[in-house]
Design a protein around this ligand. Sequence first.
Ligand code: C5P
Length: 282
Amino acid sequence: MTCRAPAKINLSLQITGRRQDGFHELVSIMQTVGLWDELEIRPAPSFQFRCSQPTLTHGNLVERAARLLADETHASRASDIYLKKSIPVGAGLGGGSSDAAAALVGLSRCWNIPVGCERLRTLATNLGSDVPYFLYGGTALVEGRGEHVTPLPPMETVWWLLVNPGFTVSTADVFNELTPREWSSGEQTRQMAHQLNAAASPGPNNLQPALFRLYPAAERCYRAVAAVAPGATFVTGSGPTVCAGFRTRGEAENAAAELQPHSYWTAIAPTYRPEEGATPCA
Ligand code: C5P
C-alpha cells in the first residue's frame, strides 16, 4: 500500500494567545498542495521503518504514530514502512505531521482495524499540533492548538511557487520568540475564510516577525520572492519556506526562473485535494 502525505501551506496564520500548557492558540487557513512524501506499507513479520533520508529515521513521527496506534488498538505493529521524503524538513510545510497522519490512516487499514475519525483525531493531537488537519486535507480553518478543524469549500486552483532558502527552522524557537504584542484577534483569518479565491492577497502570518528576527536569511529569501511576486508573497507556518500564488503554472515558472541566481530550492505545486479515502475526517 502506498499513501501520499501532502505538504500544507498556511494562507493565513494568526496567534491569539498563549495557553496554560505553553502552546499557543491560533487561527489559520491551511491548504494542501501538490507536493507529497510517500509512505509504502507492507505486511512483515516484525516492525521495520526506513526513510529515504536516513538521518530522519531515528525518532521519526511515523514510528511514533505506529507505536501509538498499536498501543491504543492492541494491534501487532508488524509491518515494513518506507518513507520517501520529497517535502523539505523543518520548512513550515507540515511534512512530518502529514507523514504521521498518513501513517495513522494507512496502518489502520493495513492492520485491518476500523478506527473512526474521532479516535484518529485524538491520536493525531497527541502526535503534534498540525497532525489533525492532515486527517482532513484540502482547504480548512484550523483553530485552538490545531485540533479544531473546519473544512472549507475547495478553493479554485492556484499554482503555488514554494521557495526554501535551504535551512531548517525550529518551530518551538519561533513560537518562543513571539511576543504578546504580535498576537491578534484572529478576525482577519475568519473573514478571509468566507472569501477565498485566487485573486485574494495573502493573509497575515503573526509568526513572520519572530522568524525574521531569529533567521535574517529567511527575510532575505522573502524579499527576493516579493521582488518577483509583489503582493502575493507570504511565509508558510513558522517558515522559512516562502510562497507566492499564481493563476497559471507558466506565471509561477517565470517567477521561479527569475529566482534562479539565488540557488534556492523551489517547487511549483497546484492547490491539491487528497484522493477519496485518504482523509477519513474530510
Ligand atoms: O505540536 P508540535 O510538536 O508540532 O509543536 C512544536 C512546537 O511549536 C511546540 O513545542 C510549541 O513550542 C510550539 N507550538 C505552540 N503552539 C501551537 C503549536 C506549536 O506553541 N499551537
